[in-house]
Design a protein around this ligand. Structure first.
Ligand SMILES: C[S@@+](CC[C@H](N)C(=O)[O-])C[C@H]1O[C@@H](n2cnc3c(N)ncnc32)[C@H](O)[C@@H]1O
Length: 300
């Protein structure tokens, strides 16, 4: 029997038998769970970790030899996961504390093959989790970020898509999948923002980095500079004030032009009314033959 068959059967049962609302915090879709299964098998993952818990915990408790879930004990996701018959308690350890508290002090015993971030979603918590997890993920390991439609998580997703430490494997629904490349890890205790592709690409003053990367580095990295591909310009407070003053002036001019237009429209309407009244008057009708004779004479 194929080694993957029992694991596939277990995932199939989780997807078919466990309702999506088996806890109130919201679970990942079957398509996302299948993608997790597929990648987990593809990279031969043995160790995994996630923030939060739920369907993904059932899945990773089945797939991994050792799984960590950093979660909290409010709501129903932890009790419902723990007590579910498809949960394998022998593979999984819960670290029950907000990740904001548990992760900074946590000593990982071994590198991680597979990580899912799906705990607290408010800014900056997923970023904080990323900070604690990225050094732990081995080359070839997979990082999954859920809820990339939330703007601040979308920003993390944008950053990772441009970062050389990660290959973007695509998204399923609102979940992003990344694989750790061979590129040297950014030291979590250092700096080096210009080394990060996301920053280099968007930096408003690329020539200021010539000393670091050599003339023409931008074109070599990103192709020819065009107005559209250049970085969004940083706007200073003074520049912003000037733009706002210009905008206020334009708005005043627009409002004056609108009033003038309204005055002209009212004047035209009044003239039309005078002409109509004249046309409908009996003296206008009585003098009609005279105007006809005048037209004949002026034509001849
Ligand atoms: C969207 S749910 C996770 C769903 C799960 N991945 C699934 O597929 O069912 C979010 C989880 O994060 C947990 N959580 C919320 N705030 C947290 C925090 N500060 N630290 C750790 N976990 C937290 C919730 O209790 C819940 O289990």
């Amino acid at each position: 029997m194929n080694y993957q068959t029992p694991r596939k059967d277990a995932i199939d049962r989780i997807i078919r038998e466990v309702p999506r609302d088996f806890h109130m915090s919201g679970s990942l879709s079957p398509q996302v769970l299948w993608r997790i299964f597929e990648l987990h098998c593809q990279i031969g993952a043995k160790t995994s970790a996630e923030t939060g818990c739920g369907l993904t915990t059932l899945v990773l408790s089945q797939l991994s030899e050792r799984h960590l879930s950093f979660t909290v004990d409010f709501g129903d996701s932890l009790p419902n996961t723990r007590s579910h018959p498809l949960f394998r308690s022998e593979t999984t350890t819960f670290i029950v504390n907000p990740t904001q508290v548990s992760l900074p002090g946590w000593k990982f015993a071994e590198p991680l093959d597979f990580v899912i971030l799906d705990g607290p979603h408010a800014y900056p918590f997923p970023d904080l989790e990323y900070f604690h997890f990225y050094p732990q993920i081995r080359e070839g390991g997979v990082l999954v970020i859920d809820d990339i439609h939330i703007p601040t998580i979308g920003h993390l997703h944008d950053f990772l898509r441009d970062d050389e430490m990660w290959e973007h494997l695509g998204d399923v629904d609102t979940t992003g999948f990344f694989q750790r490349t061979h590129v040297e890890m950014l030291s979590p205790h250092g700096d080096g923002w210009p080394q990060q592709r996301y920053n280099r690409r968007r930096f408003a003053y690329p020539d200021a980095l010539n000393g670091m990367f050599g003339e023409g580095w931008y074109e070599a990295d990103f192709g020819p500079r065009t107005p559209n591909s250049s970085a969004p310009k940083h706007v200073s407070g003074a520049e912003l004030e000037q733009v706002e003053a210009k905008l206020a002036l334009c708005e005043a001019e627009l409002s004056a032009a609108r009033s003038a237009l309204e005055r002209e429209q009212a004047r035209a309407k009044r003239s039309e009314q005078v002409v109509d009244a004249l046309r409908n008057s009996s003296s206008w009708r009585v003098t009609a033959p005279l105007r006809a004779i005048k037209r004949v004479f002026s034509a001849s």
